[in-house]
Design a binder for this molecule. Structure first.
Ligand SMILES: [Zn+2]
Length: 240
């Protein structure tokens, strides 16, 4: 993976108050901006959560420009609606197994975003292992190849999580919050609804003000974790 990474979530024109949603027009402009850069300065695209619009909306635009991406799947919700997340205008569908296979065959790197999208730092050792190993095995069975990348839900990790990832056989990790000193975790900069081409340029050159802004926004993920706790959100089991 490139040293510079940009992370996306939903690419859709549907009404959604979530800040992680990017419209098709904005996304196309982002991709055109990246395409205009010298090839050694282009970041890699990452997609978290595995929404169906990664396939229906982002994939055609990226393909048009000759790009592939890294896709991090919440394996427990493949083919289902996003009951785990909070939206105000209906629910959003996740990718199907066939769509994930098609993206993998098209050269996309498929990684784990765990099984249930829980904050890994809060889990018991056995739950942590299950979130890592079950999702990895699920994807490897689906794709017939090794899955060695993981993106951390909410970007959260600590030394215990890193040890468990390495033991599970992951070779690289992504966090939208911070890198790890040993280089195992690369930091990816999230692109949000209100980002402009200028703020994307600022992310790519690690402008201190933009990084500060991202830190403030990413801190809001604490609200989702808190809501999960209130609602008693539990690990998801893979359907047969
Ligand atoms: Zn996520």
């Amino acid at each position: 993976m490139s040293a510079n990474l940009l992370s996306y979530h939903k690419i859709t024109d549907r009404i959604d108050f979530g800040i992680t949603t990017r419209t098709l027009r904005d996304f196309r402009n982002d991709v055109a901006l990246i395409h205009s850069l010298p090839s050694d300065q282009r970041p890699n695209f990452c997609f978290d959560d595995g929404y169906e619009d990664t396939f229906t909306n982002a994939f055609p635009i990226l393909s048009e420009f000759g790009f592939t991406a890294n896709l991090f799947i919440i394996t427990g919700v493949l083919g289902k609606f996003n009951s785990w997340d909070f939206t105000f205008f209906g629910t959003f569908k996740h990718l199907s197994r066939e769509q994930v296979k098609t993206l993998s065959d098209a050269g996309w790197n498929i990684g784990s975003h765990t099984k249930s999208h829980l904050a890994l730092t809060t889990l018991s050792p056995s739950l942590l292992r299950a979130e890592l190993l079950d999702s990895k095995k699920f994807l490897e069975d689906l794709l017939g190849k090794a899955v060695t990348s993981i993106s951390f839900p909410f970007g959260n990790f600590n030394a215990r999580v890193l040890d468990a990832c390495k033991e599970a056989g992951f070779q690289e990790a992504i966090s939208i919050k911070k890198p790890s000193p040993d280089g195992f975790v690369k930091r990816s900069k999230a692109v949000y609804r209100f980002d402009s081409l200028n703020s994307i340029r600022a992310k790519l050159r690690n402008a201190p003000l933009e990084l500060l802004r991202l830190r403030t926004i990413n801190a809001c993920s604490g609200a989702t974790i808190f809501m999960h706790k209130l609602k008693g959100y539990r690990p998801i089991h893979h359907a047969e």
